[in-house]
Ligand binder design. Sequence first.
Ligand SMILES: Cc1cc2nc3c(=O)[nH]c(=O)nc-3n(C[C@H](O)[C@H](O)[C@H](O)COP(=O)(O)OP(=O)(O)OC[C@H]3O[C@@H](n4cnc5c(N)ncnc54)[C@H](O)[C@@H]3O)c2cc1C
Ligand SMILES: NC(=O)c1ccc[n+]([C@@H]2O[C@H](COP(=O)([O-])OP(=O)(O)OC[C@H]3O[C@@H](n4cnc5c(N)ncnc54)[C@H](O)[C@@H]3O)[C@@H](O)[C@H]2O)c1
Length: 513
Amino acid sequence: MTDAEQSRVANDSWDVIVVGGGPPGENVAQYAIQGSDRTAVIVERELVGGECSYWACIPSKALLRPVQLLATARNLPGVQSLVGDHSLDAAAAMRRRDQFAGHDGDEPDASQVQWANGIGIEVVRGRARLSGPRTVQVTAADGTTRTLTARQAVVLATGTTAAVPDVPGLREALPWISRDVTNLHEVPRRMAVIGGGVVACEAATWLRAMGVDELTVIVRGGSLLTGNEPFAGELVAGQFGRSGIRVLTGSQATAARRTAPRDTGEGRIHGGPVELTVQTPDGEQTLTVDEVLVAAGRTPNSGDVGLDAVSVTPNGKGFVEVDDHLTVPGTADEHGEWLYAVGDLTGRALLTHMGKYQARIAGAVIGARAQGASLDGPQFTDRADHGMVPQVAFTEPPVASVGLTEAQARDAGLQVETAEYDLASVSGAALLRDDYEGRAKLVIDAATDRLVGATFVGPEVDELLHSATIAVVGQVPVSTLWHAVPSFPTISEVWLRLLETLAEHRRSRASEA
Ligand SMILES: Cc1cc2nc3c(=O)[nH]c(=O)nc-3n(C[C@H](O)[C@H](O)[C@H](O)COP(=O)(O)OP(=O)(O)OC[C@H]3O[C@@H](n4cnc5c(N)ncnc54)[C@H](O)[C@@H]3O)c2cc1C
Ligand SMILES: NC(=O)c1ccc[n+]([C@@H]2O[C@H](COP(=O)([O-])OP(=O)(O)OC[C@H]3O[C@@H](n4cnc5c(N)ncnc54)[C@H](O)[C@@H]3O)[C@@H](O)[C@H]2O)c1
């Protein structure tokens, strides 16, 4: 490096440095500088837009939408005869996925970079690590390094990577991970999926619809989608069964062996057949498949970001813990707080919308601290991560939930009341398609008469969820919900049925007392 270059590098200082350009990284940079003359840079080692845009939320939802629509059309007289028993046009669905996930151009993140630059955020390409307080070293693809310093804040937003369990032979077999299955180009005939969480269940839904002939989901627990109300996993498992997906519960892959593994690229079959040994409650089985998808959770990208240089130790699972201002505790220097983390890296809720929410809060906090302003005010404190997280699993049927399940509310020591209702008995739902099947549940804290959780499972419940999120976050008393009248005939009528059920429970308890 020449002296001139060296001095430019040494003077590379910004108000805010964000490490990782996923949606939370983009949002924190935006909120930290908006309405001010502060400067911000995003350092990104891969693509601005992160996992969500190219390998996770966007491509997976682009693949699932035609699956859901076809299922509805197959069960809706008037349209049924038009689709007949045709299966999905997998090639067209993949093309549309590629348009959304930017995989059909040379510079997939050009529009994201343009957006960032347009609002005054610089983008630096390279792998970043903290080299000391307020100092970030960036190594570019060509090996050159550059040191950036931050006057106000460094925000870590480095996300997670798919975890591959320590099963003998599994890594050597080059199994698919979420990046392959969301970007599938070749449809294997026989597949096994390891895991029973959201990635596994959503992926199994589109894999089967796109033509995987023999599909087995291997779940080490007793059910799918644990962490939800038990009926959610049961309804998804029921639909899996009807569509020919086999689910092995209480089962673990214990060994894998593949003929001629080859790195053929993302979403292409990685070699010859795989023999997977699976320990099931009924003994050992051997599955021979053309591809294995590992969907067994995520590993935080915290090992390589220089946490040791600022004496921060991640928690036992590798996540960087933060307080409710998204600040990493114990890192303040003589000028005040400067280290923050947002998104999946915090381990709070591994969801894009929650990461973006954290980013909005962290950005507001950074702005306030830069001006010496107080952090009093709701925009400066993360509340929603504490028992108010909404999530939709876009399975068949979708599972939409917010807040606490009944089990979580009991564990939290609340005085729990619940109401459940069969969604197929709601006219607004039954009108949607002839095979409508679904269930809804409210969890109420009887001591305060407030809703603390809600779950809806059934076709097209995804857009229903926000009504429950507003009720939970707004701490709306059940007595007030009576006056929120759902339109007829919409699926929202389930609210009325649930409140009637709750009132009925209360009446029968009162008459027993
Ligand atoms: C298959 C799948 C489907 C999903 N679907 C949904 C969904 O429908 N809805 C939803 O809410 N969530 C969904 N998620 C979760 C969602 O993808 C994550 O919550 C979200 O991507 C987290 O954003 P993040 O910015 O924290 O991390 P990431 O998106 O992982 O972004 C982190 C960024 O940091 C960069 N980076 C890492 N280390 C460095 C470094 N040292 N230097 C520079 N850059 C670095 C990475 O290249 C990456 O671009 C899904 C996840 C998967 C796997
Ligand atoms: N629609 C959405 O909102 C959406 C979609 C996909 C992913 N995501 C998010 O992404 C994150 C990752 O999803 P995921 O499904 O990978 O993780 P997960 O934690 O939801 O599920 C992991 C699954 O793998 C199993 N598992 C873990 N370790 C294992 C091991 N060693 N051997 C066998 N099985 C093992 C678990 O029992 C579980 O069934 C989740 O937090 C999820 O919320 C969200």
